[in-house]
Design a protein around this ligand. Sequence first.
Ligand code: HEM
Ligand code: HEM
Length: 170
Amino acid sequence: MKYPLTLRVLHWLIALLMIALLIIGFTMAELIKPPLQYNLFDIHKSLGVTVWGLAFLRIVIRLVSDVPPMPPQVRRYERTLAKIVYACLYVLMIGFPLSGYIMSSAGGHPVAWFGVNIPLIIEKNKHLSHLAWQIHSLFGYALLGLITLHFLGFLKHLIFDRENLLKRMW
Ligand code: HEM
Ligand code: HEM
């Protein structure tokens, strides 16, 4: 049994976008200078807001869909570990864009989704903006760690248990 088509499409779309956002995020802040930097900020925000929307959609579809049960040979600790990693990834799908939005909004910077302005509902507040930036940055390292764990888990099942879980998600 596979994950439903919508969940498979959303898994790979969100995975691709979040990996791209990590790369754009870390490089645009350090390595790129204006004016290209401002273009990258706009692209980064647009893609980040896209992840936000897709993540809500994914969570709703996930809650109402039948998904394949974990294979019986998966051990209990592996089940628990996988569930914790999935939960953290879902938290980041929502929390990452949220922290970005709060950082920009409280910093007095505009947020647009491919040219469509998104209302800034948080008043200018330097401390809040700085805190949201610290969280956004911390999330970056957390996401790197989680994707690595997630990928190592997949490899472990493929190599040691000869179980290709990708068939369920492809
Ligand atoms: C590095 C490439 C990736 C590979 C090879 C991969 C592979 C997989 C596979 C095979 C599953 C299904 C596990 C099962 O059989 O139950 C899965 C589930 C999942 N993946 Fe990934 N994935 C990747 C990247 C990502 C990224 C970047 C995210 C971050 C958003 C992510 C989030 C998830 C979540 C949340 C689930 C659980 C789905 C659910 O049951 O709701 N994956 N992934
Ligand atoms: C899943 C979505 C997102 C991911 C994975 C992501 C990732 C990142 C990363 C890794 C950085 C570099 C942090 C650092 O310098 O240590 C960054 C910076 C930044 N992100 Fe995001 N981001 C996302 C969504 C957003 C959203 C929705 C916004 C705004 C609406 C946003 C605004 C920014 C800004 C303004 C910076 C530059 C901060 C600075 O001045 O250094 N991000 N992002």
